[in-house]
Design a protein around this ligand. Sequence first.
Ligand code: NAD
Length: 488
Amino acid sequence: MALDILETTPLPEIEGRFNAMHQASRSGPAWSKAQRLVFLGKLRDVATTARHDIAAAISEDFGNRAVEETMMAEIMPSISMIQHTAKHLAAWMKPEKRSTAPTFWPATTRVHYQPKGVVLIVAPWNYPFQLSIIPLAAALAAGNRVILKPSEFTPRTSSLLKERLEAALGPDVVTVATGGPDVAAALSGFPFDHILFTGSTAVGYKVMAAAARHLTPVTLELGGKSPAIVHEAADVTKSAERIVRGKLLNAGQTCIAPDYALVQRARMPAFLDAYRSVTKRFYPRVLDNAQYTSIVNGRHYDRLMALLADARTRGAAIEVVDPAGELPMGEAGSSNTRKIAPVLLTNVKDDMAIMQEEIFGPLLPVVPYDTLDDALAYVNARPRPLALYYFDTDNNRIADVLKGTTSGGVTINDTLLHVAQEDAPFGGIGPSGMGAYHGREGFLAFSHAKTVLHQSRFAMTGLADPPYGAAFNTIMKAAMRMAGGGRG
Ligand code: NAD
């Protein structure tokens, strides 16, 4: 059990660090741009120099995680986000000139972006490195001190993060608090200046409730069931290939993995054929293949097996894609390696658990639809998803889908890729999340936007002082006209 090998940072120690950080954040000026760039440089050095150790730790934590997946989906995006942040930091930090209402001329108005202070980052296990480092880069860029709580399900990675980050940045800048949900729950009750939580919707409720005690603002990066809709006009083979890529990366343990596919009824057989054959091409073997990732732990393995069993009992058709015949007939996985083969499910119904819960594994229910309106109604009748994927060639229909659905983000004619755009916000809506980060939005999430009006010595505002009389009325009439309120 993962927790057995994870050292828990004692709570009094974290409390001591928190108090010191809190005090430091309330005394002295905010960190300069130069200092923040030094922090970002150190963070990049950790990502670069520790990358092989990180890939090894994650693979051991998962049972097996393809090193290539760690490089592509954890190390590379972290380094590019740090570089993007460093490149734009000066522009983001610069006070922004805003227009001053004419009545108050010649005063000037600017917005200053200040660090919020001490922030908590809570990370999940599925991409344990990038989901710690990318928020950390944003928080440091904005000038904050940080307590990071990585997941207990990836104990080796969490210990490595603690060792490397505290050594590189100093525990007065970044403290890594390791431990289980008890540590996380205790931490989310501290009076932080901001909390960025990435994890399940169920725990998101708890974090927000705990944060409310101190009116701590939260960014919640949650999960949900992200649909992929394949229109009859789309290239069915290409669509299937891109859905396989998004679904089977990290064996489906990706917050924005396509959860289920909605496929126009007439295209179902072609889609299923294509999905099957692309899967076989990508993963000719399942068990004896270091490039196919395991399910993170026994609890999640059992959860996925239970989803399959429930669907089977309720009448779903289940097809296990096991190209080399490594699994016994009728089995979808092997519990000792915790690998689950890619599975296609058809004839699924709403009362099945697999159509209610976020799947977070390599199982793809494929649901037929007749008209695009039916598909959109299906999506809109369910909680707003973190991501939506739409495959089509017609730009007018694409525009209709974008207008007719609300999701955290969208990739058209592919999957996952919107998350990799450093210059665009990433976040959910409703049950899939609140707020956003990445790029400038990350800097803003951890900054306080402070409006500063600088009065001029030629200010006219004194003309509206009491006792009110004729001069006041004339000024008010003029001000009303300037504000667009007519002749007054
Ligand atoms: P989880 O909610 O079980 O745990 C996430 C973190 O929260 C862990 O560090 C855990 O220790 C901590 N935690 C547990 N109880 C807590 C409490 N009471 N208060 C505060 N923190 C607590 O999630 P998970 O299983 O690690 O991750 C999978 C989920 O995360 C999926 O739903 C997935 O969609 C979502 N996710 C979302 C994103 C995103 O960017 N939106 C990214 C990755 C994963």
